[in-house]
Design a binder for this molecule. Sequence first.
Ligand code: AP5
Ligand code: MG
Length: 208
Amino acid sequence: MNLVFLGPPGAGKGTIAVIAKDALGVPHISTGDLFRANIKNETELGKEVKAILASGGLVPDEITIKMVEKRLQEDDAQKGYILDGFPRTVPQADALAEMSKLDAVINFVLDPDEIIRRLSGRRVCKSTGRTYHITSNPPKVEGIDDETGEPLIQRDDDKPEAIKHRLEVYEAATAPLIEYYRAKGILIDLDCSGAPADILAELLKKLN
Ligand code: AP5
Ligand code: MG
């Protein structure tokens, strides 16, 4: 099954993708995670995009499309995929239509106040990308990753100025994709205000 997870920053796309990929038996492909891995490994691509991610702006379409095209050619993506955070612009959506046929686009719907609460309380393990929330999903020991024991960090783009910018960028560049995909008849709205296990159950029900 070929799925896109569409929605504002902080709606829980990554959190649900991590549990949905096992339920659906397809890889979770997050463009944000791919960029962050490149930054961590100090690749040429990583150096090019580091400041853009920290500010909360979008990486140019050409760079992003090329990276996704390459990733979708890997073996594991031949049985399907969950694309998380791509496409984020109309040119990216047009490029994806040339590469692959989508079964559904999941629109993550969440109240703006809850989005800000989720983003400002998010903490991540830098080496694994595992995600926590200081109150909704805290680690066993405050500030420490449950599995690796490493200290948790706050993403640069989860600081207040960058959150504000990301939400503006989402409204301007990405929100138009909701109508783009609704017009194609493949958009599924998903209320993301509940607990992750309930959201996953609702998603699987809607996909059936
Ligand atoms: P990316 O990493 O995709 O960031 P994003 O879209 O801003 O999304 P987030 O990861 O912030 O939110 P999420 O929806 O995954 O929420 P999460 O599950 O973590 O992109 C980062 C950057 O990369 C972009 O700004 C851009 O620069 C670049 N980029 C990426 N893709 C690009 C593209 N296609 N084109 C151009 N540039 C691109 O959850 C958030 C918090 O809420 C966590 O703390 C979590 O624990 C908590 N939480 C989640 N679900 C629940 C729940 N149900 N109940 C309570 N708490 C919850
Ligand atoms: Mg994410």
